[in-house]
Ligand binder design. Structure first.
Ligand code: PEP
Ligand code: MG
Length: 324
């Protein structure tokens, strides 16, 4: 089984009927980057920057952040790298004193891009470091916890100013640094048409999207099967976001855990997904599954999937796709 998987290290990501699918990697360490590179990941779809801020008392300055981001870019030797701005708060606590302590409801609190916008100096430092790293290879900037158009526009304004400043300081910066939004707050998915024109790409964070959509804590084991992607509301939202991205020519990835679970690959393909971002440890298994999938057939069965009325119905659909 392992040998068989290893043979897939050098095989392309495409369905049995020949459609190319992008398998990007989620990464937060040097090891993840090396592994992603070795396994032939299309690029990095989600680089979490929280770790730079954890386990320490003082904030990393612009130079330290720049070196970290530049190393990620260099580590992928020319393949695109998507780096997410700081997503502290909620379950991601720090010791620098940045994230608020004792919020009554941290999952609904000042986290992700909200914290960045509340601490403009922090955001500006991180964006400057990212822009400087963009001089070393293709880099995209991803914003966590976007819930409305104004947040994207506010970040874009800081980004434009930082770009101008850095150029006048003599730094080499990429001509174009794409700015994207995580879709992980239900409101952002539902109101996507109001701000899709403001972003260059989208990445669906199913871990949080499911949590907020189903009002089910992603880390509370007592909830058991209440926290699941196998709910008609989740499928509908995924389908709608993927569809609108396609209509508007904005690439859409899924970077939550479901993208790295091969059991969900046929379902995501049926919903129209063409970019998966997953941890390198799951890449070969998902590649193998995708290579066994007949995309035309799965898409033809998408309406039946969307008609499923409960988890059991969705599971029956998944089961019926096995071996096709
Ligand atoms: C997500 O919410 O799905 C996601 C990818 O981000 P994180 O797990 O870091 O919140
Ligand atoms: Mg998230």
């Amino acid at each position: 089984e392992l040998r068989e998987l290893n043979r897939l290290r050098h095989e392309p990501n495409r369905t049995r009927d020949g459609t190319a699918i992008e398998l990007l990697a989620n990464a937060e360490s040097r090891e993840d980057i090396a592994e992603a590179h070795a396994l032939g990941a299309t690029g990095i779809g989600l680089y979490r920057t929280e770790f730079l801020f954890l386990q320490r008392m003082e904030l990393p300055d612009e130079d330290e952040q720049f070196r970290a981001y530049r190393d990620v870019v260099l580590g992928m030797s020319g393949r695109p790298v998507t780096i997410r701005t700081l997503d502290l708060g909620a379950d991601k606590a720090d010791r620098t004193g940045l994230a608020l302590r004792g919020e009554p409801n941290p999952a609904l609190g000042l986290r992700g891009v909200r914290l960045s916008l509340a601490r403009k100096g922090l955001l500006e430092t991180q964006l400057r470091a990212l822009l400087r790293a963009s001089g070393y290879g293709p880099l995209r900037i991803l914003l966590p916890m976007i819930s409305s158009r104004s947040e994207v526009r506010d970040v874009r304004a800081v980004l434009l100013r930082a770009t101008r400043d850095l150029r006048s300081e003599g730094h080499e910066i990429a001509e174009h640094v794409p700015l994207g939004a995580m879709i992980e707050v239900p409101a952002a998915a539902i109101a996507l048409s109001t701000f899709i024109g403001e972003v260059d790409f989208l990445s669906i964070g199913t871990n949080d999207l499911i949590q907020y959509l189903l009002a089910a804590d992603r880390n509370n084991e007592a909830l058991g099967e209440l926290y699941t992607p196998l709910h008609p509301a989740v499928l509908k939202l995924l389908r709608d976001v993927i569809r609108m991205g396609r209509m508007r020519g904005v690439p859409v990835a899924v970077c939550g855990e479901v993208a790295g679970d091969a059991a969900f690959s046929p379902l995501l393909l049926a919903l129209g997904l063409e970019q998966f971002s997953l941890h390198p440890t799951t890449l070969l298994e998902v590649r193998r599954t995708i290579r066994n999938c007949d995309l035309e057939r799965l898409r033809a069965h998408a309406p039946a999937l969307m008609r499923a009325r409960d988890r059991a119905g969705i599971e029956r659909w998944m089961h019926a796709q096995l071996g096709h």
